[in-house]
Design a protein around this ligand. Structure first.
Ligand code: ZN
Length: 498
């Protein structure tokens, strides 16, 4: 096979892979948003069939021949095609290490586990979910051993979401964060409390839907390529740069919850929507890792969204849609949106205590994969860690171990990327400031400047570079978590007048 033939056949193969993952993604999105409960059985069958076909496609003779040819002509390949070959090689090794029946059985298990988790959460009954979580942990461990017997199993899990991330790096990173966050929280506890009671002012859902539309427009999300759905637990699914779905959940008595989830998911969407055109329907389209993805979503949610300037930008719309809030000033709203206080729910957590929620999950996952804790004892461990890290008591499993969907979807190793992404965001801000006045750009409704900068440094590259490589290019320096701790110290000193 010539190089040209290999690339043509690779394009064809990746288009077919795209089609399967597109179809399966639409089924999952449908499941999360509008599908009736009874749809679990047929969807499970369809998912089983499609994942089997997609497995065969990615590991079959054609895929193998193409990979062999790419390896043979490796030196003649463009940097883009080299990266595609490397990704394919890694993916192929992973898939071939896992027997097909196990791969298919796991995808069916996850489909069922998602539904059981929802029911367990609604009933606040961990016992329902426990056998599923037990099986998921066992399967993850088994897969890790099959694919990378040379690697620590939890390091393998971390690497799935952030290529190159290890427990050693996590320990150092979380150590730095804890050393700054804990004393800062102590100072805040001693400071004058901020009034945030008015945030529970009733804000009708219909009006919140309008606010979401406005915010999506301010953020620069094109209506023809991005829509907003309503779900229990907000997420983003990017099918291609032409079709990205974001979601939210409305609470009449907590409008900031939906507002900031829309801004967060919007950040994910912007990233997916701006891959370079030439990467369309190839393995290079879309975000490279969860850490980089979270750096974009959390950058938008916190660094931009919770800034004084952004709150000022949307304040007139907020009081137009909910006049009862007009008795509170822009300044009061900004402060209230930045209250730092240990709480129960990760997705509702403030910017400062958020990483502590991640550290709890990190400790849990490490123990699960090492087998240091039995599935039956996980809620107890969760509650004890919340007491230790956040100083709070967990009243029930719904507000405790069952609050997140990640584990039910097999996402063990995902959480640390949220904290890492937050830290990436702070270093990006420092770099962006060298090029223009970010505060002024937000204040003057010029978010396009922020978007253009991020597109140029991050978004357009899709998955072309490894995560750490991409970030170092954008930073013009190695990753340094003290940008993040400095940012947090500056910001909360300002918010609380410390
Ligand atoms: Zn996110």
């Amino acid at each position: 096979m010539t190089t040209k033939e290999a690339i043509n056949r690779l394009n064809q193969l990746e288009l077919q892979e795209f089609a399967y993952s597109h179809a399966m993604g639409i089924l999952s999105y449908d499941d999360e948003t509008v599908a009736p409960k009874g749809s679990v059985v047929p969807r499970g069958k369809t998912m089983g069939v499609l994942s089997e076909l997609s497995y065969k496609l990615s590991t079959g003779d054609e895929a193998r021949e193409i990979l062999d040819a790419l390896k043979e002509h490796y030196d003649e390949l463009s940097p883009e095609d080299k990266r595609r070959a490397d990704l394919r090689d890694k993916h192929m090794r992973e898939l071939r290490a896992i027997p097909m029946e196990e791969y298919v059985a796991y995808s069916e298990l996850l489909n069922e586990a998602g539904n059981v988790w929802r029911e367990a959460k609604n009933k606040s009954d961990y016992k329902l979910f426990e056998p599923y979580l037990g099986k998921i942990i066992e399967t993850q461990k088994r897969f890790a051993g099959l694919v990378r017997p040379d690697m620590d199993p939890y390091d393998y899990c971390l690497d799935q979401y952030e290529e190159g991330l290890t427990q050693e790096k996590c320990e150092a990173f979380f150590g730095t964060l804890r050393a700054h966050i804990v004393p800062l929280l102590e100072k805040i506890k001693a400071a004058k409390p901020i009034d945030a009671g008015f945030l529970s002012t009733l804000f009708p859902v219909e009006a919140q839907r309008e606010l979401s539309k406005k915010v999506m427009a301010v953020e620069g999300l094109p209506e023809e390529n991005c829509i907003l759905g309503e779900v229990e637990h907000p997420f983003t699914t990017g099918f291609s740069k032409y079709d990205v779905r974001i979601t939210t959940h409305y609470y009449e008595d907590a409008f900031l919850s939906s507002l900031y989830s829309v801004i967060h998911e919007g950040g994910h969407a912007l990233y997916d929507l701006h891959s370079d055109d030439r990467f369309c329907f190839t393995s290079l389209e879309g975000g490279v890792s969860m850490g980089v993805h979270e750096s974009q979503s959390r950058f938008y949610e916190n660094i931009i969204g919770r800034s004084r300037e952004f709150v000022g930008l949307i304040y007139p719309e907020i009081v137009r849609l909910c006049p009862a809030l007009a008795s509170h000033s822009e300044e009061e709203l900004w402060r209230a949106a930045n209250v730092a206080q240990p709480s129960l729910i990760r997705t509702e957590a403030d910017e400062l205590t958020y990483p502590l929620h991640i550290m709890v999950r990190y400790e849990m996952e490490k123990a699960m994969i090492r087998g240091d804790v039995k599935p039956a004892d996980l809620p107890q461990m969760w509650n004890a860690l919340y007491k230790e890290y956040l100083g709070i008591d967990v009243p029930d499993d719904k507000n405790g171990i069952l609050q997140d969907s990640h584990w039910s979807g097999g996402g063990i190793g995902y959480f640390p990327s949220y904290a890492l992404g937050s830290a990436y965001g702070a270093q990006l801000l420092a770099k962006m400031r060298e090029d223009f006045d970010v505060r002024e750009a937000v204040r003057s409704h010029q978010l396009i400047k922020v978007n253009n900068w991020l597109e140029d440094k991050i978004w357009k590259y899709g998955s072309l570079y490894k995560p750490a490589e991409l970030m170092e290019k954008a930073f013009g320096a190695p990753f340094d978590p003290t940008y993040y701790t400095d940012y947090l110290e500056r910001k909360f000193t300002e918010v609380y007048g410390l």
